[in-house]
Structures are given as C-alpha cells and as structure tokens.
Design a protein around this ligand. Structure first.
Ligand SMILES: NC(=O)c1ccc[n+]([C@@H]2O[C@H](COP(=O)([O-])OP(=O)(O)OC[C@H]3O[C@@H](n4cnc5c(N)ncnc54)[C@H](O)[C@@H]3O)[C@@H](O)[C@H]2O)c1
Length: 341
C-alpha cells in the first residue's frame, strides 16, 4: 500500500484526495493546508485521514511514501524539493514550477534519489487526448500541419500568473504528449486589462522545424466558454471540443491534394477533398483516477511516468519563453535544447 500525503486543499486538492482515496493500492494518510477551515472539510469527509497546517508533518511521517502538491505554483518548487529530500515520491500540479531552472533542479534531485517525479498534466490522461496521440502515431492524420487551440471563458483572474500559465499550460501539455516534438521558437502577445495584474488575454505561436506550426489563444475575459482544438494533418483533420458531452473528438476526411498541372509541370493544382466525418469511441474514466493509478503503479514499480519531470520542464520552458516574448510585443524567443533528454 502506497501512503499518500496531499499538500494544498483548495479548489483542486479535493479532486486529488478523492481520487487517491478511491485508488487501489493507495491510502491517503495526511492532508496539509495552511487554512484550518479547509482541514475541517477533510476531517468531516475522511475521518481516518490526519490533517496538519505544517508541511513538515507530512515529510516526517514514515507512513507517507508519496507527496501530492496542489498549492499555487509559486510554492511548488520549495514543497517538491523538500518532499524529495525527505525521501518521498512527488506528484506536483501543473505548471510544475515557476522557472525552468527550478524544474531542472527537481529532475536532478529525483534522479539522484531514485524517486518518482510526476506532473499533473491532467489532459494527458483523458480518453480524448489519448485518442489524439493514438491517431497521430498510427499516421491516421498524415504529416501534422498545425495545432490550433482556443481556450477562453470568463475566468478567475489569477494574481500570480498570467493567462498562459493558467490555461495555455493545458495545450502545451497536450502538444508535448501528442506531437512528441519540441518547438524551436515561440512568439506571444498579450495584455492585462486590470492594472498591476498579469496578462488576461494572450496569443501564443510556436514554430517547429519543418512545416508544423502551433497557436494557442487563451483569455479570461470572454463572454463565452470555448475549449476547441484543431489538429490538422496532410491526410485528415481532427477537432477536439472538450465542451461536447459525447463525441469530443471528430475526425474529418477533408483536406487538399496537390496535382501537377497538365499545362505546366512546374505548377501545382490544388484539389479539395470533402469526405466523411466520424467520432471515435473514447475511454470515459475520470482522467484523475487514471492518473492516480498510474502514479501509484510508477511508485510501486519504479517506472517512469508518462508525464514525468521532463514533460513538466518542456511546458515550463515554453511558458517562460512566451512570457519573455510577450514583454517584447511578440519578439520570437528561441528555445535552446533541453538539458536533460
Ligand atoms: N490539473 C488541473 O486541471 C488543475 C485545475 C485547477 C488547478 N490546478 C492547479 O492546482 C494548483 C492549486 O490550484 P487551486 O486552484 O486549487 O488553488 P487554491 O488557491 O484554490 O488552493 C491552494 C491551497 O493551497 C494552500 N496552500 C498554499 N500554500 C501552502 C503551503 N505552503 N502549505 C500548505 N498549503 C498551502 C492554500 O491554503 C489553498 O487552500 C495550482 O498549481 C493550479 O495550477 C490544476
């Protein structure tokens, strides 16, 4: 049985506690939050789980094998590092850290101690995103031309991170998992409509080697909620609409074909293909339950998680570069190669 301690019981923490409480092979031993009122909720709902306002209690408890961190991002690094130093495996919320340097540091610490370090890139564990990867890997979409996502709503204005760190982070984790390619540079523009607050609207473009481009539009100040992603390839195109109750993924057998002109061999004629659309069957399990089971299995078997520290680092590097680009009205920021691979 893997003993789990959870630090941070605000909005997202309860989802993690519930899924680990229901996860076979795991037992929630302790929940930590700075706010006693939050802990009262834990005590009422999970009478056997100990509570504390002191993170060190979690690190000092020998019944805790793994720590799950669900605090605001600015505390992720210190809490994760201290957990690893206490010999605990770590599952940390997205985005993994506030800087790529911190992310690298956590990767090193976990590797040196042979501990599991995993990031909660929740979308990776959804049936929809797993299907996107399966179709892409099987070549069903052909060569991927673009990833284009809109993630907007009237959202909670965060005071510590801009909208890219809150919303685009999901697209970056999906791209990391589905495309398995790292952008070579990033350009972003955005604006803050509330003085002294981070940008609440942003447009982020990522350039890759070859003919692939990606774009994410994230906005907390939209009258409507949209969660729509297009993944377009040379053979087929896919639309992922997360707000659809069923049929979240639709595949379109549509696109263009290039044919040499009969009059001029150097000229290509564009032919249009408008074929069928279909919606594949998707796994319906709650993403966090799949993810909790995966984390527990990795801890038990000493395996590498699908969303490991490297995946977390890839995403933080992009967010960092995008924030730098935004400060310079979209100036492209090159991305050096990842230190680890
Ligand atoms: N994976 C997802 O889809 C998803 C969704 C929402 C939030 N999140 C992530 O979860 C994290 C938390 O977000 P939230 O919306 O729950 O925030 P929140 O502010 O609602 O909750 C954070 C909680 O952490 C507690 N806390 C802060 N510092 C602490 C410390 N040092 N020790 C113990 N407790 C501490 C606070 O008291 C608070 O209750 C963020 O990283 C966020 O990005 C992920």
């Amino acid at each position: 049985m893997i003993g789990v301690g959870v630090i941070g019981y605000g909005y997202w923490g309860p989802n993690l506690v519930r899924n680990f409480a229901e996860c076979q092979g795991a037992a929630v031993r302790m929940v930590c939050d700075l706010r006693p009122a939050q802990l009262e909720k834990v005590e009422r709902r999970y009478p056997g789980v100990r509570t504390t306002t002191t993170p060190a209690d979690v690190w000092n408890d020998p019944a805790v094998d793994a720590v799950v961190i669900a605090t605001p991002v600015q505390y992720h690094f210190d809490l994760a590092l201290a957990s690893l130093r206490a010999g605990k495996h770590v599952l940390v919320e997205k985005p993994m850290t506030s800087t790529s340097e911190q992310a690298s540091r956590l990767i090193e610490e976990a590797a040196a101690r042979k501990l599991v370090l995993m990031v909660d890139h929740t979308f990776v564990y959804t049936g929809a995103v797993r299907k996107m990867r399966e179709l892409t890997e099987a070549g069903e979409l052909g060569d991927i031309y673009y990833y284009d996502s809109v993630r907007i709503n009237l959202g909670l204005f965060q005071h510590d991170v801009n909208v890219l760190w809150d919303l685009a982070v999901h697209d970056l984790s999906i791209m990391d998992y589905v495309l398995r390619k790292q952008p070579v540079s990033v350009s972003a523009t955005g604006l803050a409509h509330v003085p002294a607050r981070p940008e609440n609207i942003a447009y982020m473009t990522m350039f890759f080697d070859g003919s692939l481009i990606a774009h994410v539009h994230a906005n907390w100040l939209s009258p409507v909620k949209v969660r729509r992603t297009l993944l377009s390839g040379s053979r087929r195109m896919l639309v992922f609409d997360d707000l659809e109750a069923s049929e979240k993924i639709k595949i379109y057998d549509r696109g263009i074909s290039l044919n040499p002109s009969p009059e001029n061999v150097y000229q290509m004629l564009i032919g249009y293909r408008a074929g069928d659309m279909w919606a594949p069957q998707l796994a319906v399990s709650e993403a966090l339950s799949v993810e909790a089971a995966h984390f527990v299995a990795c801890v038990r078997d000493g395996a590498r998680p699908e969303t490991d520290g490297e995946a977390g680092l890839h995403v933080v590097r992009l967010l960092e570069a995008a924030t730098e680009s935004m400060a310079h009205q979209g100036r492209p920021v090159p991305l050096g190669s990842t230190v680890h691979s």
